[in-house]
Every structure is written in C-alpha cells, then in structure tokens.
Design a protein around this ligand. Structure first.
Ligand SMILES: [Zn+2]
Length: 353
C-alpha cells in the first residue's frame, strides 16, 4: 500500500513510468513507508496490465508471482539478518535492531550478517545479464542500500554504470549520506517526505486507536515519522523507549556506569537515536526554539542547555553521528555505551566545570 502522505510522490513517479531512470535512490526519514513504496513500485513496473494511472493491477500473473515472492524478473538484496523477520519497513538500522533488541547474544552459531555482502551482489550478475523471462523489465530492490558494505557497493558499480537491457534498480535508504558517492552519482534521487503534523496525527490516532494528544506525543518522540511512532506505541517498544528517555534525561546526575547498566540490553541503534534526538532538542532549546522530540521535558532541557552551551552540544552531536554510523557493527557494545555517555556528561557539565 502507499501511505497517504506519499501519494503525491507516488503519482509523480508513476507518471514517469515509461522514462524512469534505471536506478532510483529512494530516501527519506526513518519510518515513513519507503520500503512499502519501493515494493509497490517494483510490482507496478512488473505488472502486465497496469491500471490507467500506472499502478499494479493486482490480478495478472506477474502480480500474483510478485505477491508470492517468486517473480522470475525480481530480486531483492537485504542483509541476511534483516531477512530473518522482515516486516516490510526494514530500512533503518533502528528498525532492524528493534527486532533483535534484547535477545542479542542468545542466538547460537554464526550471526546472520547485517551487511549486504559481495557474494550477494555477485549472485545478481547472471540475473542482470540474461534477458527477462516475462517482459523486458527486470528489477533489483536493494533495501536498505546503506547496508551494502564497501566491497559489495564496489561490485554493484559496474552494473549500475552499464545496466544491461531494461534493468531497473531501486535503492532504499534513510541514510543516503553513508552510501559511496560513486553509487549515489549513478542514481536519480527520489526523496520521500514526512507528512504534515496534522495529517500524521490524524492517521496515527485512527490507526493505533489512541486520542489525538497521545498520537501527537508519540509523533514528537518519533520526529514526526508515523510508522516509527506506531512502533513506539507498541507496549514493548514503549517500555524500552521510556527506559532510554528516563536514563538519558537523568544525565549527568546519574553516573555513567549506572546509566550504562540501564541501557545494557537496549539495541545500540535505539539508544543512539534517542540520545541524538535529546541532543537536537538541547541545541534547539539553547537557541530559543521549542523542543521537537521531547516537548513534555522542556523544563529539564532548558536547565541542561543553560549549563552546557551550544559549542559543547555541537561537538557532542558530531561524536554521536560517528556513533550512529557504528550501531550496526559495535565492536564492543558496552564500551560504546560508556564512551557515548562520557561524551554526554562532558558536554552537559561543560560550563559548570
Ligand atoms: Zn498486474
């Protein structure tokens, strides 16, 4: 399905159906429905009797195979770890992590990779070279494209450069900046937007069966992304979110070790994202803007921001960006938490000391 806030982009891309660039980089914030959008686009391009607007008919044999996951002219590249339990919006590290959160280390044997690896890209070579089985078009969906490791991205370049026949690549990511520039430059960007706040709140209230005030609170915590907000509304996720926010908000008074203990079982992607949101709000409050993610904690944010100052907060934001890039590959998760919390403490006591 196409979420209502993506419909303008959807109509636009269907209108260009006949002349679509061979590689689209579908990007936008986490939790807005990019994966579902890309999948529907793939189905529509493969459909053998598309509707007048260009969307898939849902009734032809191509649509049938697509729905069953065995269309011969379609391939999907995803990390082995994500394929274990994909739910259609696996495009963010946070989303991938939330599925395995809390049970890391309990799995026996070798861990499924969080990367898209070179052997997966090589396995595509025959697919991209031979002609399509049904029609002219063959499609490779890469989701999340930021999971391509360096070797895999390199191997992909050649095919992206000179796609054989009517190959189409759909790359999906919420972190286009971490893709190699060589890959990005061979794609046409298709940015997908966040919905307007009122539209998102109305949708979430109806979908999750909550009142408008609750919907707005979840949306704020999710940075305005409706699907992310809907996940936060899930009781198990809500409990984790509350724990992380309480822990983060308790710094620097809470000791680093105590805070690190509290976060020990939380997936890195989740606590890093919350810390980043907290720092964004501190920066906003520092310059007199209202908090975006934690409007109900404006007072606490104000007190901390006065103590710390913009310079220290900007420095902290840069360090957290670096941590965010490592969330899928933490060498030592405990050390990663402690490092980040030490950085936070240093920033929050910057002026006092
Ligand atoms: Zn069809």
């Amino acid at each position: 399905m196409i979420y209502q806030w993506l419909e303008p982009a959807w109509r636009e891309v269907l209108a260009q159906r006949a002349t679509l660039h061979h590689a689209l980089l579908i990007h936008g914030p986490t939790g807005i429905g990019k994966s579902a959008f890309a999948e529907k686009l793939a189905q529509s391009l493969l459909c053998e009797s598309p509707l007048p607007d260009g969307a898939a008919c849902g009734r032809c044999s191509a649509c049938g195979w697509f729905a069953q996951g065995n269309h011969p002219d379609f391939r999907r590249l995803a990390p082995a770890a994500a394929e274990e339990g994909g739910d259609g919006e696996a495009s963010a590290g946070e989303e991938r992590a939330s599925k395995s959160g809390g049970k890391s280390g309990t799995r026996s044997g070798s861990k499924p990779s969080r990367d898209i690896r070179i052997d997966q890209v090589r396995a595509l070579e025959r697919f991209t070279e031979v002609g399509g089985h049904r029609g002219a078009i063959r499609i490779v969906l890469i989701d999340p494209a930021d999971a391509l490791n360096a070797a895999a991205a390199n191997a992909l370049l050649k095919t992206l450069e000179e796609p054989g026949g009517a190959m189409r690549f759909l790359l999906v990511t919420d972190r286009p900046d971490v893709l190699p520039a060589t890959v990005r430059s061979r794609c046409r960007a298709l940015p997908l937007p966040l919905p307007a706040a009122d539209e998102a709140a109305a949708w979430l209230a109806a979908d999750a069966g909550v009142d408008a005030a609750q919907a707005r609170a979840w949306l704020a915590a999710a940075g305005g992304a409706p699907l992310r907000a809907r996940r936060l509304a899930d009781p198990a996720q809500a409990a984790i979110h509350r724990l992380v926010v309480e822990t983060v908000a308790g710094l620097p008074e809470t000791g680093v070790l105590q805070a690190a203990d509290a976060l020990a079982d939380v997936a890195a992607a989740i606590w890093v994202a919350t810390l980043q949101a907290w720092v964004v709000d501190l920066q906003r409050v520092c310059v007199g803007a209202p908090p975006r993610y934690f409007p109900d904690r404006a007072e606490r944010l104000g007190a901390l921001a006065r103590r710390s100052g913009l310079v220290a907060l900007d420095r902290l934001a840069v360090r957290l960006d670096r941590a965010a890039r490592a969330v899928d590959h933490p060498l030592n998760p405990r050390l990663m938490i402690e490092d980040a919390l030490l950085d936070v403490r240093a920033a929050l006591v910057a002026r006092a000391s």
